[in-house]
Design a protein. Structure first.
Length: 165
């Protein structure tokens, strides 16, 4: 299991620059959110629609970056024993209002993946990035790569990383 922490760009400023909705809750960020030169270059992971459905079914509020009439193209890395998740952004305001929101969101994804990998032999791996806005409006990215069971550790890692710096 691998968990890495790094600095991340100002999500709200970048969304505004690209002409996207500015996220106020949870949001799914495209894979190339940092590098895209324009909104038309943005690519979601193929898992993004599934995660959105899971959030909606579990009453987890999400702010789509896309305007209502838009749909970002998807990119897929086909791996039978690997699931690549979208980048999950969590605003400080949302996390401050509901500290359990991230745990709930990751739990929903974890439950889905447990069923998704059921009956598949071998080492099953999850790749997921979570970007959190801190109290001081800085942004931290937590990169996770490992088994589904390790997802439950992410909320504590994020809390220890000081989302309220």
């Amino acid at each position: 299991m691998e968990i890495q922490e790094s600095e991340y760009i100002d999500v709200k400023e970048r969304a505004e620059f690209l002409g996207c909705n500015i996220p106020t809750n949870l949001a799914l960020l495209p894979r190339n959110f940092q590098e895209a030169e324009s909104k038309k270059d943005l690519l979601h992971e193929s898992s993004a629609p599934t995660v959105r459905i899971l959030f909606r079914k579990n009453n987890i509020a999400e702010t789509p970056l896309e305007l209502e009439s838009e749909k970002f193209p998807q990119i897929s890395e086909k791996g039978f024993v690997e699931w690549v998740g979208p980048i999950i952004f969590v605003s400080f305001a949302a996390l401050n209002q509901d500290p359990n929101m991230l745990s709930l969101a990751l739990g929903v994804i974890s439950n889905y993946l447990t069923d998704f990998f059921k009956g598949i032999p071998g080492d099953r791996k999850v790749r997921l990035d979570v970007v959190v806005e801190t109290k001081k409006k800085a942004y931290k990215k937590i990169h996770y790569e490992g088994p589904v069971s390790g997802l439950e550790k992410l909320p504590k890692v994020i809390e220890k990383s000081g989302f309220d710096d």
